[in-house]
Design a protein around this ligand. Structure first.
Ligand code: ADP
Ligand code: BMX
Ligand code: ZN
Length: 313
């Protein structure tokens, strides 16, 4: 079976054709910006799918989309970074144009499935995947099945509230986990501390001609910058606290951490393991492993395509 996996993000759309063995044959990438309407975004995706699959017998398309997705009907219900993104009937529109089955799932759920089938989640019994990226996303695999929930919205762990007095989240609530533990949260707390204190973070960002982001905070921490050390200590505290909630809820044997922030590698993982263990109750200690994701940026489209190559969730 030849299948296309496609990852729709706020900044880019990536698509790849997979052969029956699950290897990538061809790949395309495109900016999301520039498309003004949902119809235009869909047209771009359809033409990318046609390009990557030209000359092959296409059997289906797996699509990873941010936000709440009705996987049964294939409707994207919201997507904060995309234009006119409200109740978009992705499955219906794309199946009509392409004439093959289209499966639509939340981006982090797709990534979780990708890690479980092909990445760092292989062989786990119960696995939770968390992405620390622009936001915090999650996907949960229990007894080998991707947990969708009765309306397929399960796993929106970034929006579990951990402090009702916390900062306003893009979802409208206050103090969601992602307002403390995402790349955006790390950037924001660095910017706020830098109002009072000097830091290498700004210099590093300027040298690279980039806006300050979590990446520069980790770079500055490596050089012993005091602000960066404080910001990361705080972020790791809240990441660990949230992971303890996850462990108490699902009793996973493996937690896989992905997303841009996970690229910090050894600057993150040992501290995060220690902080998580501080919050979990005694019986849960060392009942799980906390590991970095095994797949790269393609994890979303790999997981979306794997919805066809493996037992569908
Ligand atoms: P998206 O949310 O668009 O999927 P990413 O998964 O790439 O994006 O996550 C982006 C976040 O990851 C940004 O906050 C960025 O600063 C951060 N980031 C990227 N590289 C690193 C790194 N090496 N170390 C720490 N943070 C990083
Ligand atoms: C947000 C939410 C999740 C998503 C997560 C990670 C939207 C548009 N997105 O919490 O559905 O999985 O971000 O997304 O509501 P990322 O792009 O930061 O990886
Ligand atoms: Zn929220």
């Amino acid at each position: 079976q030849y299948v296309v996996g496609i990852d729709l993000g706020g900044t880019k759309i990536a698509a790849a054709l997979f052969d029956p063995a699950g290897a990538i044959i061809s790949r395309e990438q495109m900016e999301t910006s520039g498309a003004r309407t949902a119809k235009e975004v869909v047209q771009r995706m359809v033409s990318m799918i046609r390009t990557v699959s030209a000359g092959y017998p296409l059997a289906g398309v797996g699509l990873a989309s941010p936000g709440a997705v009705d996987s049964r009907e294939g409707i994207a219900l919201n997507g904060t970074n995309l234009p006119e993104w409200n109740h978009v009937p992705l499955k219906k529109w794309m199946e009509k144009d392409l004439g093959v089955e289209v499966k639509v799932v939340n981006d982090a759920n797709a990534a979780a499935w990708g890690e479980y089938v092909h990445g760092a989640g292989k062989g786990a019994e119960n696995m939770v995947y968390i992405t620390f990226s622009t936001g915090v996303g999650a996907g949960i695999v229990l007894d080998g099945k991707l947990l969708l929930g009765s309306r397929s919205f399960a796993g929106e762990l970034g929006h579990t509230v951990i402090d009702p007095g916390g900062a306003l989240c893009s979802c409208g609530n206050r103090g969601c986990w992602e307002t403390f533990a995402s790349g955006t949260a790390i950037r924001d707390s660095a910017l706020s501390l830098m109002k009072e204190r000097e830091s290498l973070i700004r210099t590093l960002a300027e040298e690279q001609g980039e806006a300050v982001s979590a990446k520069h905070v980790f770079e500055a921490q490596k050089q012993g910058d005091a602000v960066a050390i404080d910001v990361i200590r705080r972020a790791v505290h809240y990441m660990g606290l949230g992971l303890a909630n996850v462990i108490h809820t699902f009793n996973p044997d493996r937690i896989v951490i992905g997303g841009g922030v996970s690229r910090a590698g050894d600057q993150l993982f040992p501290a995060l393991r220690a902080e998580t263990e501080r919050f979990v109750m005694a019986p849960y200690r060392q009942s799980y492993t906390l590991v970095p994701a095994g797949l790269n940026d393609d994890v979303g489209l790999i997981g979306a395509a794997a919805l066809f190559h493996t037992n569908p969730p």
